[in-house]
Design a protein around this ligand. Structure first.
Ligand code: PMP
Length: 431
């Protein structure tokens, strides 16, 4: 059998890049098969090098909320590129994007642009440590905050266990400073604050988790984080790298009414170009160099092309403010219809959804944290993923990721997705 072009390219890629990819989630390791090499994308669709077309639910892992190659965003990038690609000096576009983001988030007074979500969280943590003079940090199991050393820590068993390295290469002495707790457990959090409160610089959380699959905060969870961190002088950091401008114009904090001390952003604010940002109250942000002593810098920070793409994206999103309701409702309908298909086939699923993010867990347990997420059947997900891919639906190649629906996904796209789902289910019975 002749090899597809993706197969041929992947063979070359495996010789040149570890695992053939530049970011592990792109490999199809947990679902089997080889990754498709993407040639181009437009609207809700991506096209691979073999000329196959897919309805895309990865959306570059979040940024593409307007769909791919939105004409207005493309035009903004084109105009920017004509003026040069990077200056390493201030630009008006940086102020414009900062102003727009600050206006959208009540908790932000100042922000700093960086080039990725990882840089945003890593720098926010350094800032929190610098401001408080404390070294320990607390995160939640199953939440991903980029790959900085302090944040790549697995949870131990029990409450408030000392961190152990989740990856070789992370020094144990750093990992020990990261305390990991189950998401959504108020009791575990209370106990940890009692025990470590005075040593904790910050608590970092995805207010809606997206990286163990979608898991919403249970009522009272974020409220407790806010209350107890405030009492103990611990900074609360919301990592809204996924949720920023995804659920509404602003962050999840706008919806839940809880103001963190610092916020991390990325993905959508860069309109598909490399951007991250972190921000918060003026007094905290002014600890950063050159005003304050906490060092943070970047050759390409505030890059003019990225600022242009971000500005164009936010322009469109703010003018369509009301349409988040439409997008979220459309996603809810898709999830409900998928749920009915699985129910009719007697395949247990739990579909967690927040706005236009959703995850289909093959499980008969409610998924509220990493432990319950882990109970889902990953072999079944692999079968589902493969069946959908064959039918032109591109889902995340992992059972523990969100699906991203964009404004470019039409009713017809969703109908096509549902018929692919119905066909795939027929092949899955007993699987
Ligand atoms: N925080 C969250 C919540 C994320 O989902 C991600 C990436 N998926 C990051 C941080 C890291 O962002 P980046 O991959 O741009 O470094």
């Amino acid at each position: 059998m002749t090899k597809s072009r993706s197969e041929q390219f992947f063979e070359i890629a495996e010789r040149l890049l570890p695992g053939g990819v530049n970011s592990p989630v792109r490999a199809f390791r947990s679902v089997g098969g080889i990754p498709r090499f993407i040639d181009r994308a437009a609207g809700s669709r991506i096209y691979d090098v073999d000329g196959r077309e897919y309805i895309d639910y990865v959306g570059s892992w979040g940024p593409m909320i307007l769909g791919h190659a939105h004409p207005q965003v493309q035009e903004a990038i084109r105009k920017a590129v004509e003026r040069g690609t990077s200056y390493g000096a201030p630009t008006v576009q940086e102020i414009e994007l900062a102003r727009r983001i600050i206006e959208a988030f009540p908790s932000l007074e100042k922000i700093r642009m960086v080039s990725s979500g990882t840089e945003a969280t890593m720098s926010a943590i350094r800032l929190a440590r610098g401001c408080t003079g404390r070294e320990k940090i607390l995160k939640f199991e199953g939440c991903y905050h980029g790959h900085a050393d302090s944040l790549l820590v697995k949870a131990g068993s029990g409450i408030a266990t000392l961190g152990i390295p989740g990856s070789p290469g992370v020094p144990a002495c750093l990992a020990e400073l990261t305390i990991t707790l189950p998401f959504n457990s108020v009791e575990a959090f209370r106990t940890a604050v009692d025990r470590y409160g005075k040593e904790l610089a910050c608590v970092i959380v995805e207010p809606v988790a997206g990286n163990m699959g979608v898991v919403e905060p249970l009522p009272g969870f974020l409220e407790t984080l806010r209350e107890l961190t405030r009492q103990a002088g611990i900074l609360l950091i919301f990592d809204e790298v996924i949720t920023g401008f995804r659920l509404t114009y602003g962050g999840y904090q706008n919806l839940c009414g809880i103001e963190p001390d610092l916020t991390c952003l990325g993905k959508i604010i860069g309109g598909g170009l490399p951007v991250g940002a972190f921000g918060g109250r003026r007094d905290l942000m002014d600890y950063l160099a050159p005003v304050g002593p906490v060092y943070q810098a970047g050759t390409l920070s505030g890059n003019p092309l990225a600022m242009a793409a971000g500005l164009a994206t936010l322009d469109i999103l703010s003018s369509q403010r009301a349409d988040y309701d439409v997008l979220n409702h459309r996603t809810a309908e898709l999830c409900a219809a998928m749920g009915r298909l699985f129910q009719a086939a007697d395949i247990p699923v739990r579909i967690n959804r927040a706005g236009s993010l959703f995850t289909l867990f093959f499980s008969d347990h409610d998924v509220v944290n990493y432990e319950t997420a882990s109970l889902s059947n990953t072999d079944r997900y692999a079968l589902f993923f493969k069946g959908m891919l064959e039918r032109g639906i591109y889902l995340a190649p992992s059972a523990f990721e969100a699906a991203f629906v964009s404004f470019a996904h039409s009713e017809k796209d969703l109908e096509e997705t549902l018929s692919a789902c119905a066909e795939t289910i027929k092949t899955m019975k007993g699987g």
